[in-house]
Design a protein around this ligand. Sequence first.
Ligand code: ARG
Length: 580
Amino acid sequence: MNLSLEKIINAKLAAVFNELNLNPQFAAVKVSDRPDLSDFQCNGALALAKAEKKNPREIASTIAAKLEQDADFAKVSVDGPGFLNLKINDVLIARVLDGMAADERFGCEKVSEPRKIVLDSGGPNVAKALHVGHLRSAAIGEAIRRIEIFAGNEVIADVHFGDWGTPMGMILSEIILQDGDLSKTETYDINDISAFYKKANIRCKEDETAKEKARVITAELQNGNPEYRKAWQHLRKVSVDAVKVNYDELKAHFDLWLGESDAHETCAEIVKIADKQGVSEVDDGATIIRLEESNKPKPPVILVKSDGGYAYQVTDIATIKMRVDDLKADEIIYVVDKRQSLHFEQVFEVAEKLGIAPGVKLQHIGFGTVNGADGKPFKTRDGGVMNLEDLLKLSKDKVRESMPAPGEVEGYGEAEIEKLVSQIAIGAVKYQDLKNNIASGYVFEIDDFAKFEGKTGPYIQYAIARINSILRKAGEIKPGKVMITNPEERDLALKLMQLNNIVLRTHEAKEPSIISDYAYTLAQAFSSFYNTSPIMSAETPELAASRLQMAKLVRDVLTLLLYLLGIEAPEVMLKKAGEA
Ligand code: ARG
């Protein structure tokens, strides 16, 4: 049985159009904009009338007359200039919902031709703590990863560590300056290394010779100086280990922990290919590629800098070649700050020019910044950069305020409370990030993002926990066949049946906010349903079983939606005594 109500209705309309010798291309329905009038609407008669120069109301009426013979439609009406409004019979709604409840994917389809997607959504850098921008790439990237896998694609997530640029030479140079040499490097932990980097950063800004020295060391490191390489290995390892802890906490998964450095050999190949094809030139000692500038001026792409080091851009170009040749990517998706849009435009254009990724879809999903109430990038209270760890701590402190103290609730000692605090706090931060359109930045709602009501992660987690409790208390009553007996049940059922469409749209648009929105409205529809449709005290055991089935389905669908957003759904949610 087809588990998509929309598809069932579409098929019925197509059949009628065919029967009436009307072009079925105009038969598509959409969820109604006027739920008071109808469940679905078809505007095809208008377009059809225009194409065939006929009266739209007449065409619509002929179609309506046929549809009325089908008992699956409770009401068919022609409104306005020729809109067809369709109300579905409750029996069909109940039947489709039964099918959804019995299906392990709740009726969600998979893509017909699975593709292999390489996802580049990390971008952390050696020696630098993750900041709030990294929250965005991790949250959005992980959601896209899960959604694509659920849709049937294969995804390889690569963290693409920033481990090969000038900052490497800056740190090494700073250590040498302070210690005399690199012999102590291997004793340094992430805090030491970050401190060296911070100092180096200040020094190189103020002092041209220090900057020059760092540049030379970077080039020598890239060219294989064994002493530099050995020290760098340590810097890289310590940084990777530190970042792994953050990503684990954020529930962001990476299959590959490669970095810019891994593209080193291939960078040389790219330079050769470009030279052979005659597309590169030497300009002021640097090897560059000039780009097509007919639409807008674009700076040239630098492959090799005048000091012999590879530039950021060539590492990305080489990485494309590796992902295509070694990983056999059909698609490469970059989830990176939109301020790097020009960089990716340039990189993609060169990849095309050099023919290193034939037929491969290259896509940059650029996200906006996380801002404070003043509309400027979110800062700590004292005006410093907001590190990811600070942000998570802030979020956890906020959530802890509304939790019972350890031991206050039976079975919830410190460890259990802290686990819950973390699940809710991370969920709150991620949901706030994912409820916004990717490209637009957002203001961090410091007072509201972790609340249990409103459009927040905790609100949805809470809805799930509430249904868990309903299911636990149901005792003897078991979920059974669905029946529709009141408007709230009907609304909830129709809402649930949008799932397949929502997931497919999110996959196509690569826009997790579609799922975030839907999860919120579904949780709200459940609330209205539960307020009007008692389960335990339903009029008949059959009705109780039906309502329980719907509640369980909402729980399962919400859990799936949170999963797709990379957010955990705690079995139980606790609130401090006296809190609403
Ligand atoms: N490490 C880079 C930065 O901090 C971001 C990397 C993004 N990914 C990429 N393939 N360029 O700016």
